[in-house]
Each structure stands twice: as structure tokens, then as C-alpha cells.
Design a protein around this ligand. Structure first.
Ligand SMILES: Cc1cc2nc3c(=O)[nH]c(=O)nc-3n(C[C@H](O)[C@H](O)[C@H](O)COP(=O)(O)OP(=O)(O)OC[C@H]3O[C@@H](n4cnc5c(N)ncnc54)[C@H](O)[C@@H]3O)c2cc1C
Length: 327
């Protein structure tokens, strides 16, 4: 590892000031970041450790308007076990959090770090490969190489997938996020955190250099809201998803009055599927409807040489998530 300066801020203001310095990286628990530094994929001159700011930036609170405020440094275990997530509207977020990694990882990993983690593509994560997304080569090596875990939807010149468990359910719940960049405080829709055109040269997220995520905000959900999250993976634990689906439904009198369906692990960004969601609205839940929605969720897919299994499994996961949401 190249030597670097390690900043341990005593306040958010101090962290914001330090993060303005060029070639600085922010650290949550460091599970993803330190991995990448060990591989020499990141060689910062300075690291700002955010963990001393847990008093300010960790914890879950229910605001007066019913909104859930999730501090950026909240651990995945704290989030999963928080009383506020016991409501059926938040089942999807709770399940996605509890399925992430292992208990040891969840006890350390932060919510912001999970959402902002780098793709798991083995070409970009190894210094040995001259990959386009890593800025080390002219082309996406996974496109014609070993691509069983890569994208089947929404890709153009890079077939990496977005690995975060938390991002799909947060998108389905219409969440927002707050940041600090120097003195500037901003609050934006969660969908703006991910590039609209996830090409190779775009990073996984749209934050500016030094911009610190401070909190995620989940709006109060209307009566009758149900949600679910399901994923497929090769191992039952210690693994990332091969396909994932988060759904949020509002039911009134047995009819679905609103729906958000978001796919994970199949595209370079967590992928809202508006046309599939629209098919649900105004309908009564049924196996036939859910099969149609699953087909629509994967409409236009372009699988690669080794990952067309994701279409079959992915559609089954969509149906399972819908079944669980209305159970
Ligand atoms: C064995 C194993 C299995 C795993 N399985 C899964 C899985 O199934 N699903 C899944 O989603 N993840 C999985 N993970 C990944 C794990 O959840 C993430 O690595 C972890 O959540 C990252 O959190 P962190 O706090 O350590 O982030 P860090 O590693 O500290 O940071 C990650 C990135 O976020 C940036 N960052 C962190 N906090 C902030 C902030 N507040 N503001 C701005 N930028 C910030 C950092 O600069 C860095 O780029 C797995 C990891 C392991 C080791």
C-alpha cells in the first residue's frame, strides 16, 4: 500500500474541510475501500475516517412527519434490527439488509458504504487486467470474457453490475439522500445518486469528490403499503446476489393502487422497471399478473455468453418478491 495521511476528524465540519483536499477518499468501515487499496486500485494521498462521527451520523430516527432518517454511518445490523423497520412497508429494506454478507460484515459495514461500494467485476478489481472501467485499457474485458455475474440489462460499453443490497429497496421506497460538500448541504432523490447513463467512464455514483453522504430519508408510507426483497445467489451466505428484486406495493380493498419494482445485480445501476410497475396498478394480485410483470421486468434484456441463466432465475425472483409482498 502507498503511504497516505490518515485524518481522524472530531466533527463533521472538520471532515468536510479535510475532504476538500485533492486525492482524498472517505472511509466508513473500510470493508470495500481497504480491499481496493490493498489491490492498489486506489492510491489516495489522504483518507478521512468518518467513523468518529457516529454520534452525529449514525442511528435511525422517525421524524415528526413520519419520515425515517437513517444516518449514513448506521451499521447494517443497527438498521435491520431497528424497531421502525418492523412495519410491513419496510419488510423489503429489512430483508435486504439482513441478507447482506455475514453477521460480522453487517456489524461493521455502514449504510452509506454499502450503497456506494464499488462493483465486484473481477476484471476491474484486479490490477492485472487492462479494463476500461478501471481506466487501464481500451475495452470492457467482461463483455467477451468471464461474464456469468455481469449485466443483462441497461449496459452499453461496460457490463459491471451494481452490487448493493440496500439500493433497490431504497429506490422502491422513493428515498432521498443528504450530503455535505464543504459548507454546502444538499438533499436529492435517491435515483440521482446513480448515473443516468452508466458508461465505463462513469463511477458507480454521482457524488462530487469529497462530498459526504450524511443521511438517507425514507418517506412515511401510505396505509396499505407492503414491500419485499428477494435475491438469488450461489451461496446461502458470504456472497453477493446474482439477481435481486425489491418491490413496494400499496393495496386498497384488494387492489394494487401504487407499485415500484426495482431490479438489483443485473445492471450497472440498481434498475427501476417502470413499465413492469405500471402493469400492477389497478389490478388484483394473481399468479398470472405476476408472471406477466416478471416478463416485462426483463423485457429488452441482452444477456452475455455466460449469464442468460439470470433471465430465468431473475423472473422467478420477481414473482417471489411479488408473492411475498402480498402474502
Ligand atoms: C464476504 C462479503 C460478502 C458481502 N456480501 C454482500 C452482499 O451480499 N450484498 C451487499 O450489498 N454487499 C455485500 N458485501 C459488501 C459490503 O456490504 C460492503 O463492502 C460494505 O457495506 C461497505 O461498507 P463500509 O462502511 O465498509 O464502506 P467503505 O468500504 O468504508 O466505503 C465504501 C465506499 O463508500 C464511500 N463512502 C463510505 N461512506 C461514505 C459517506 N458517508 N459519504 C461518501 N462516501 C462514503 C467510500 O469512499 C468508498 O468508496 C459483502 C462484503 C463481504 C466482505
Amino acid at each position: 500500500m502507498k503511504p497516505f495521511t490518515y485524518v481522524v476528524p472530531q466533527s463533521l465540519a472538520e471532515a468536510c474541510e479535510a475532504s476538500q483536499k485533492p486525492n482524498t477518499l472517505l472511509k466508513g468501515a473500510g470493508i470495500d475501500l481497504i480491499d481496493r487499496m490493498k489491490e492498489r486500485l486506489q492510491t489516495p494521498e489522504q483518507i478521512v475516517n468518518l467513523l468518529p462521527l457516529k454520534d452525529e451520523l449514525a442511528g435511525v430516527a422517525v421524524e415528526a412527519n413520519g419520515e425515517l432518517r437513517i444516518g449514513a454511518l448506521t451499521t447494517l445490523t443497527q438498521l435491520e434490527q431497528h424497531q421502525a423497520l418492523a412495519a410491513p412497508a419496510f419488510d423489503g429494506l429489512r430483508l435486504a439488509t439482513g441478507m447482506t454478507a455475514t453477521p460480522q460484515v453487517r456489524n461493521r459495514a455502514t449504510v452509506a458504504g454499502n450503497i456506494l461500494q464499488f462493483t465486484r467485476c473481477w476484471y476491474v478489481r484486479s490490477e492485472a487486467f487492462h479494463c476500461l472501467h478501471g481506466g487501464r485499457g481500451p475495452t470492457c474485458l467482461a463483455m467477451t470474457g468471464e461474464n456469468r455475474y455481469h449485466s443483462v440489462l441497461g449496459w452499453s460499453d461496460c457490463v459491471r453490475v451494481h452490487p448493493s443490497n440496500l439500493a433497490p429497496p431504497l429506490l422502491a421506497l422513493d428515498a432521498e439522500y443528504s450530503t455535505r460538500l464543504g459548507d454546502k448541504v444538499r438533499r436529492r432523490k435517491f435515483s440521482e445518486l446513480f448515473p443516468a447513463d452508466p458508461r465505463a467512464q462513469n463511477p458507480e455514483h454521482t457524488l462530487e469528490a469529497g462530498e459526504i453522504v450524511t443521511a438517507i430519508h425514507v418517506p412515511a408510507q401510505p396505509a396499505g403499503t407492503r414491500s419485499a426483497y428477494c435475491e438469488s445467489r450461489e451461496k446461502l451466505t458470504f456472497d453477493w446476489a446474482t439477481t435481486a428484486c425489491a418491490v413496494r406495493l400499496v393495496l386498497a380493498g384488494g387492489v394494487i393502487t401504487a407499485a415500484n419494482l426495482v431490479l438489483g445485480a443485473v445492471a450497472p445501476v440498481p434498475l427501476p422497471r417502470e413499465k413492469a410497475s405500471a402493469l400492477l396498478v389497478g389490478q388484483k394480485p394473481s399468479a398470472a399478473l405476476f408472471a406477466k410483470v416478471a416478463e416485462m421486468a426483463y423485457a429488452g434484456a441482452s444477456p452475455l455468453a455466460h449469464n442468460d441463466y439470470k433471465l430465468t432465475i431473475g423472473k422467478a425472483i420477481v414473482r417471489q418478491a411479488l408473492d411475498e409482498a402480498v402474502r
